[in-house]
Design a binder for this molecule. Structure first.
Ligand code: GLU
Length: 309
């Protein structure tokens, strides 16, 4: 599925792009600070196999928190719903994605949902395999399956940069280990999690993840089941309630599309039965969402009447 550049999308990107100046690229992971704050690209993938784009659509970026959706899908496939939700909850937190506060104040001490870092670390630790390489390979394989793209890899420089600076995530993981939510060695889960977050792709591949979720896990053309419908449904529901950090409620009101963002500036969105959307715009707002990407999602939702509510 090749993406064709589209004039209407180009106009919308131009209108949203002015907002990049109001944001800042993430710099707590040093390698992410090198991103170009002015860039903005979008792709929309449709069930008939067509794909339309605007901006620097071939530029690759790391998934960061968007990978939490894929890891959740794999953990559900590996362990089943009951096991996963004994260890991680289903409720939004209203706190920043890397906050530790509710881990301490909530009884039992399990993360409130799989989209915050604490929950994502717990989920990643549930992914089966004998080594980090094998487990990462399984996450990448699932990513290739749901995008239909081969040769997906991870950015070693970004992964290493995060690994060297992930002390807050280490704190969360140690906390969870104390309460037996995580059983394995903390360094092992941190290594797997940072590599998973550094999986990279362009925004048309991101749109294809969204499309598969939008189609309840089915390949839009062949009808092949890439993800069981229940797994796709759980992922989309978390995208609505917790996908845009502690701005998910506002996003649901303003945009009304299940979406997940990441601190590299990605937004992956699934418009049920209609299309998948992928955006990369590295300048972030104060809650960690792509500032121009958010604006673009609002414009797309209004122009094409995409809100599901
Ligand atoms: N790897 C990042 C972290 O754990 C992902 C955060 C995000 O994209 O929200 O800090």
């Amino acid at each position: 599925m090749d993406c064709r550049s589209d004039e209407e999308l180009f106009q919308l990107v131009q209108e949203s792009k002015v907002h990049t100046a109001e944001g800042k690229v993430a710099d707590y992971i040093p390698a992410l600070a090198q991103a170009d704050p002015d860039s903005l690209a979008v792709a929309m993938a449709f069930p008939d196999g067509s794909c339309y784009s605007a901006g620097d659509v071939n530029k690759k970026s790391t998934l960061q928190s968007i990978s939490k959706v894929i890891a959740l899908a794999l953990a559900l496939l590996d362990n089943g719903e009951e096991y996963v939700f004994q260890r991680v909850g289903m409720e939004p937190t209203g706190d920043p994605f890397n906050s530790i506060i509710k881990l301490e104040t909530t009884e039992p001490h399990k993360p409130l949902n799989p989209m915050i870092n604490a929950g994502a670390l717990a989920v990643t630790s549930m992914i089966k395999g004998d080594s980090v390489e094998e487990r990462l390979g399984r996450i990448i394989h699932l990513t290739e399956l749901i995008t239909g793209v081969e040769g997906i890899g991870y950015n070693k420089e970004v992964a290493m940069s995060e690994l060297q600076t992930a002390d807050l995530n280490r704190s969360l993981a140690y906390y969870l280990k104390q309460y037996h939510v995580i059983e394995e060695n903390v360094e092992t889960v941190i290594e797997l999690y940072t590599k998973q977050c550094a999986i990279e792709m362009n925004c048309s591949d991101l749109a294809k993840i969204g499309l598969t979720l939008a189609m309840d896990g089915k390949h839009p053309l062949t009808g092949e089941t890439l993800l069981p419908p229940r797994v796709a449904s759980i992922c989309k529901t978390f995208m609505v309630t917790c996908g845009m950090y502690n701005a998910s409620g506002e996003f649901a009101i303003r945009v009304g599309i299940p979406a997940k963002s990441g601190v590299a500036g990605g937004i992956m969105a699934a418009v049920p039965y209609r299309c998948g959307i992928g955006i990369f715009g590295p300048a972030l707002d104060e809650r960690g969402n792509s500032i121009a990407g958010w604006d673009l999602m609002e414009r797309l939702s209004k122009k094409y009447d995409l809100s599901m509510f």
